[in-house]
Structure formats: C-alpha cells, structure tokens
Design a protein around this ligand. Structure first.
Ligand code: SAH
Length: 224
C-alpha cells in the first residue's frame, strides 16, 4: 500500500493525500520558500507535508533551519500521530522549534505565526475561502488551496491598491470564474490561478468530519 499513488485512510475520516498530489502542492509552494519563511499547513493530518516543508526550509539558501512550519489540524489524535511521525523522522524538527503542531480549527488560520509566505490547505474549501487565509498571507506569499473541486493558488502580489476590499464572496466569485486574474483586498492585490480538478477531505467542522456520515465532495465549478 505504501507504494500506491493514491490517498490512504489515516483515521478520523481523513486521508493522507496521494504522493503525486503532495508533489504538485509542494511544487506550487517551492518558489516562495526561503530562509526565514513562515509556512502554515492547514489540515496537516499525517504531518507528511509539514515535515517536507521543514526539509524545504532547511534546504533553502542560507536556510540552516531558519523559519518555521506550523501544522494545524482539528483532530487531536491525528496531531499526536503526526507528532510521532515527525519525531520518528527527525526529533530535532520539533525540539528546535522548526516545526510546531497545533490542535485547532484551521479555518481561522493561525495568527501567532502570521504573516506566512506559504499557506497550504490540505482540505477542500466547500463554500468560500476563509478570510483569515488572505489576512495572514505575507506580501509576496502564496495560498495553495483546493476550492470546490479546483486546485487554486492565490498570490499576494504586494502591489498597493486603493480599490475597496472585496468580501470573500466576491473573491470567491473571481476565483471560481476561470480567466479572472486579479482581485483587490485591503492594501494588496491578489492574483488567482486555477490549476486542475482535485478531490480532498472537506475543510469542515470537527463534528461533521467525525460523524461517520460520508459525503461526496461537491464539485460546483463543473456544474455537477
Ligand atoms: N496533508 C494531509 C491531509 C490530511 S486530509 C496529509 O496528507 O496527511 C485533511 C485534513 O484536514 C484532515 O486531517 C482533517 O482532520 C483536517 N481538517 C479538516 N477540516 C479542518 C479544520 N476546520 N481545521 C483543521 N483541520 C481540518
């Protein structure tokens, strides 16, 4: 099973993403990871992606472990499991503070580590992108997020703008309409791109996820 390129169950209604999907997500993040970067991994699950982000920080020029990766997941036993996984890989990641694992609702982002050069969301946004993701994205940073069956990147281009801030509903209207490249948000301009259709565990309430009810991902952008 460990060699299959498919998602595998890790408990609590979650799956570890397929290796090719991790590769795609990490590749989309790579250009933003520099020495000293802060990375937020929302829905960190197994901790695999969190650990790879930490290795990417170490490998960044001048890196030497500067910067920090925050992994957040709302299922406490999964966070414990990810802690054990990462400790098994390299205990210094946790001991040095290069990696911090948090139990919490990732839809609020994680304010103490903001702003982030990369916010990676390993779960599917089913309605609108949570506002904290945009608020906590550093100028020049990138949000990588599956939204309604579509893998999106949203870049904070750091360009000043006087345009009024859009609501997340307006942002979503833009991100959902292929070919609409920019939206404005308080003082920065965001550039959005759609990459490919994807399936993910939903970014949802803890009760909903652990209720045992199975629920297919709604894929609205294709109209079914
Ligand atoms: N990248 C992870 C993906 C795990 S699946 C991996 O490959 O292991 C998605 C994860 O998102 C699950 O662990 C689930 O518990 C978590 N999740 C879903 N909604 C969440 C929320 N509101 N806050 C935090 N984590 C959430």
């Amino acid at each position: 099973m460990a060699y299959a390129d498919m998602p595998l169950p890790i408990g609590a209604g979650a799956t570890i993403s397929a290796p090719h999907m991790h590769a795609i997500m990490l590749d989309l993040a790579a250009s933003r990871i520099q020495s000293g970067s802060h990375v937020l991994d929302v829905g960190s699950g197994s901790g695999y992606c969190t650990a790879v982000f930490a290795e990417m920080l170490r490998a960044a020029p001048g890196g030497a472990g500067r910067g920090k990766v925050y992994g957040i997941d709302h299922v406490a036993p999964l966070v414990e499991q990810s802690r054990a996984n990462i400790r098994g890989h390299d205990p210094t990641m946790l001991e040095s503070g290069l990696v911090e694992l948090i139990v919490g609702d990732g839809r609020r982002g994680y304010h103490p580590g903001a702003p982030y050069q990369v916010i990676h969301v390993g779960a599917m946004v089913e309605d609108i992108i949570p506002q904290p993701f945009l608020e906590q994205l550093a100028p020049g940073g990138r949000l990588i997020v599956p939204v309604q069956g579509m893998l999106m990147t949203i870049d904070n281009t750091a360009e000043p703008t006087n345009e009024p801030a859009p609501s997340t509903e307006q942002l979503f209207a833009h991100t959902n309409a292929l070919g609409v490249p920019t939206v404005a948000f308080p003082t920065h301009r965001f550039y959005t791109e759609s990459h490919m259709g994807v399936a993910f565990v939903p970014l949802t309430d803890l009760a909903e996820q652990t209720s045992g009810r199975t629920r297919p991902t709604r894929i609205l952008w294709m109209g079914f």
